[in-house]
Design a protein around this ligand. Structure first.
Ligand code: NDP
Length: 480
């Protein structure tokens, strides 16, 4: 008998409960903004230390909720969160300090600068694929910038966020309610938009668009981190063994449920067969299971995904693709084996729609440039990678790839390089997390302009107007 390990979706908080959490967060934000940046840095570092001292417990919660290998929880979620904490706490002063503004010389008797003011309550609406990294990483940056956060995780992975909330409360270091979790479905998410001063949404294009519409109607800033269709383009001079290993990891890490994961592979015809052979050899060594230890792949996280992926594989097979693997191993536990689709083409959904599962379609192309053109034709533009020994040529080609993030002979790991903006174009989103921009977005810029001297004299362009003043100002402008 199969023992079902997939937890049920969490039940909704009532609208009253959500409003009470939002009120708590607002109160916490008012007190938190009075802390100096140095105090915030110190306290958030201490919170991170407390969380990592309970690492085993945290890994167990994420594993129970997602079925992913413990090694993956540790390397992908915790290690990356560590780098986010390190980067932002070390760079916050540089990024958030007042920025002096340039002035034209006739105004050098004045001071001008930009001050970054916390927005208040930031709503973080997050998906189920990285239930610790996404909510915590984004919350860390938002709190560092002086805000409280109202986190709405997916109803399928709420326990991890709740664990973090409890652990933060137990430390007693931050104002009560600064990190507040709202549990529920899309309706709860909609209320989070209504209660927040800014929204950072991570999820699908369809929901992201609805969230953006609602935020626009309320005139609230909204940053969107949406889906992707990572094209991996392998040129004939690529180091094929590294490229094949990367394709397998990039397609099947997190059981294929990564927004920047490889979703389609284009290979130049001269090396196509050798590449496929290397990929198959690599795949044959993958270990799959739900135990968490000594496995490479776990299960799908979101129940409807199984049917969606099956449908894409059937579509590919019906259109002449050769599907290898992709069997449903344990329906109750959402386990499917990784799938390879050979002979893939652009009339198949698996090459054009987001799959978000352990599927690697491979398409043969005459030239890598053709693959760039084909992939640019799609609606997503999140990440892409080029694989070639000629890195100078690849760097030139990067400019023609329509994606927010392009790697050469590498993939996925750029998430951990927090100095790089992370985000997409087209249907993959608006705005960026990480980087200077991704921390400053949690503040509104206030322009400050101060007249310093002479204290008494009026400006020549004030009333009353006369011809001499006009001539003087135009003469000054000519010299500027
Ligand atoms: P969804 O868009 O279905 O859901 C995302 C979040 O929005 C969930 O918390 C969901 O709640 C909530 N939600 C649903 N409806 C509404 C609404 N009307 N108003 C406000 N919130 C709402 O995405 P998934 O959870 O299925 O995540 C998978 C998607 O996320 C993929 O497309 C993937 O590419 C993308 N993603 C993008 C990343 C990026 O950084 N660009 C990173 C990771 C994933 P509930 O789940 O409870 O219904």
């Amino acid at each position: 008998m199969t023992v079902k390990t997939v937890p049920a979706a969490a039940s909704n908080m009532t609208l009253g409960e959500i409003a009470a959490r939002a009120a708590n967060a607002r109160q916490a934000a008012a007190s938190w903004r009075r802390y100096s940046l140095s105090e915030r840095v110190e306290l958030l570092r201490a919170v991170w230390q407390e969380l990592t001292s309970r690492k085993k417990e945290l890994c167990a919660v994420v594993h129970a909720e997602t079925g992913k290998p413990l090694a993956e929880v540790e390397m992908m979620e915790l290690a990356t969160a560590h780098l986010i904490v390190r980067y932002f706490t070390s760079n916050a002063h540089r990024i958030l300090q007042d920025q002096p503004a340039w002035r034209p010389w006739p105004l050098l008797n004045k001071r001008a600068y930009v001050r970054y003011v916390p927005r208040g309550v930031v709503g973080l609406i997050t998906p189920w694929n990285l239930p610790f990294l996404i909510p915590f990483g984004d919350a860390l940056a938002a709190m560092l910038a002086g805000n409280a956060v109202l986190v709405k995780p997916s109803e399928w992975t709420s326990r991890t966020a709740q664990w973090v909330e409890d652990a933060i409360r137990a430390c007693g270091l931050l104002p009560e309610g600064l990190f507040s979790v709202v549990v529920g479905d899309g309706q709860a998410g909609a209320q989070v938009v209504a209660e927040s001063d800014m929204v950072l949404f991570t999820g699908s294009f369809a929901t992201g668009r609805a969230v953006a519409q609602s935020a626009a109607a309320q005139l609230k800033p909204c940053v969107l981190e949406l889906g992707g269709k990572h094209p991996m383009i392998v040129f004939k001079d690529a180091e094929l063994s590294r490229a094949a290993k990367a394709a397998v990891w990039g397609s099947f890490a997190n059981c294929g449920q990564l927004c920047v994961g490889v979703e389609r592979v284009y290979v130049e015809s001269e090396v196509h067969d050798r590449f496929v052979e290397l990929v198959r050899r690599e795949m044959s060594g993958l270990r799959q299971g739900l135990g968490g230890q000594d496995v490479d792949l776990g299960r799908l996280i979101f129940p409807p995904q199984l049917a969606r992926i099956k449908e894409q594989l059937e579509d590919a097979a019906a259109k002449g693709g050769r599907v290898i693997g992709g069997e449903v191993l344990d329906e109750a536990n959402l386990m499917m084996s990784p799938a390879l689709v050979l002979g893939a083409s652009h009339d198949m959904k698996v090459m054009t729609e987001e799959t978000f599962g352990p599927v690697m379609p491979i398409m043969k192309v005459d030239r890598g440039e053709e693959a760039i053109r084909l992939s640019n034709g799609g609606s997503y533009g999140l990440s892409a990678s080029l694989w070639t020994a000629d890195t100078a040529r690849a760097e030139r080609l990067c400019a023609s790839v329509e994606a927010g993030m392009v790697c050469v002979n590498d993939l996925l790991t750029h998430y951990a390089v927090c100095s790089l903006p992370f985000g997409g174009i087209k249907h993959s989103g608006l705005g960026r997390r990480h980087s200077d921009e991704g921390l400053r977005m949690f503040c509104w810029p206030q322009s400050v302009f101060i007249h310093e001297w002479p204290a008494r004299a009026p400006e020549p362009w004030w009333f009353p107007y006369d011809r001499a003043k006009t001539r003087l100002v135009s003469w000054i402008m000519k010299l500027t």
